[in-house]
Design a protein around this ligand. Structure first.
Ligand code: CP
Length: 319
């Protein structure tokens, strides 16, 4: 876990900055937080000096934003969330000016989500306060990858050697990229399947097994990770020819394919899910005993609470 020792990490913008031993320590602390919550109903350990956490989400979010907020409140902190529709972004203010103005209000920590923005990629590491990346462009979604890895570790006790099949719009997925880094460094075997147009280049994702068809992959994985088709990142183009029905037929987790997955294979998805596209229907998926999708969401609160607690403590010690 990012330690609270002065000089150690107080921000998380890219999983590649997080050493393996810190990821393992983070998972152990998430276990402690889970126990603490079961015993006391929150994550506080003694009296909290309340801090101000600012959420800046320049893209929509349900899970990430709400779980950061929940985690912060249960640690005893205050959360301010800027609403896009009533902000000065609608008057043409840039991302950069928005971040600079909020950062000038002395928040103790910023949580930021944004679409592709080289300006913010450059600015955020330069800010004089802890910053957590809540998803940026097609590149990074660090907390999603950490909660995914934590879910897999809790399921199997170990990640090393586990087979993770990631299916769908991988080329446009920040979840996939952060997961390749975290799960890859933790020793998982990773494979991908999807339409050619949705597969990343061999150069970018070397050492990843590729399945030509989803049907031939079904008895391979310990984890089936579905991804949403991310139309908002396709620049208005029809990247894959064919309808949603055809996509579902070729790369969806249909009723027939659900039956072919092995009994121990868990089903994961970062959300939001497009039923009838990447997954069959809510009833079938939610009732399947291999489904861990809501478990991922709960684990996200634990992981984010540990990160907030650690970074805020480290920043206080560094003051
Ligand atoms: N997994 C995820 O990032 O979901 P939200 O977009 O709802 O935050």
């Amino acid at each position: 876990m990012p330690s609270s020792a002065p000089g150690r990490q107080t921000s998380l913008l890219d999983t590649r900055a997080l050493p393996i031993d810190e990821i393992s320590a983070l998972f152990n602390r998430a276990d402690e937080f889970k126990t603490r919550f079961a015993e006391r109903g929150d994550f506080r350990d003694g009296v909290t000096q309340p801090k101000v956490v600012c959420c800046l989400f320049f893209e929509p979010s349900t899970r990430t934003r709400m779980s950061f907020q929940t985690a912060a409140y249960r640690l005893g902190h205050q959360v301010l969330t800027m609403e896009l529709s009533s902000s000065s972004l609608v008057k043409g203010e840039t991302y950069t000016d928005t971040v600079l103005n909020i950062a000038a209000m002395f928040p103790d920590l910023l949580i930021v989500r944004y679409a592709n923005s080289p300006e913010l990629d450059k600015l955020l590491p330069e800010l004089d306060m802890p910053v957590i990346n809540a998803g940026s462009g097609v590149d990074h979604h660090p907390t999603q990858a950490l909660l995914d890895a934590y879910t897999i570790r809790n399921e199997f006790g170990v990640i090393s050697g586990k087979r993770i099949l990631i299916v769908g719009d991988i080329a446009h997925s920040r979840v996939a990229r952060s997961n390749f880094d975290v799960l890859g460094r933790l020793g998982a075997e990773i494979a991908i399947a999807g339409p050619q147009e949705f597969l990343p280049s061999e150069k970018e994702f070397s050492q990843v097994k590729r399945f030509e068809s989803l049907d031939e992959a079904l008895d391979w994985p310990d984890v089936f990770m579905g991804l949403r088709v991310q139309k908002e990142r396709h620049g208005g183009a029809q990247v894959v020819s064919g309808s949603a029905e055809e996509y579902h037929r070729d790369f969806g987790l249909t009723s027939r394919r659900l039956k072919k997955l092995k009994p121990h294979t868990i089903i994961m998805h970062p959300g939001p899910i497009n039923y009838g596209v990447e997954f069959s229907n809510p009833q079938e998926i939610l009732e399947d005993r291999r489904n861990r999708i809501l478990q991922q969401v709960s684990n996200g609160v634990l992981i984010r609470a540990v990160l907030l607690d650690s970074f805020l403590a480290a920043a206080s010690e560094n003051d």
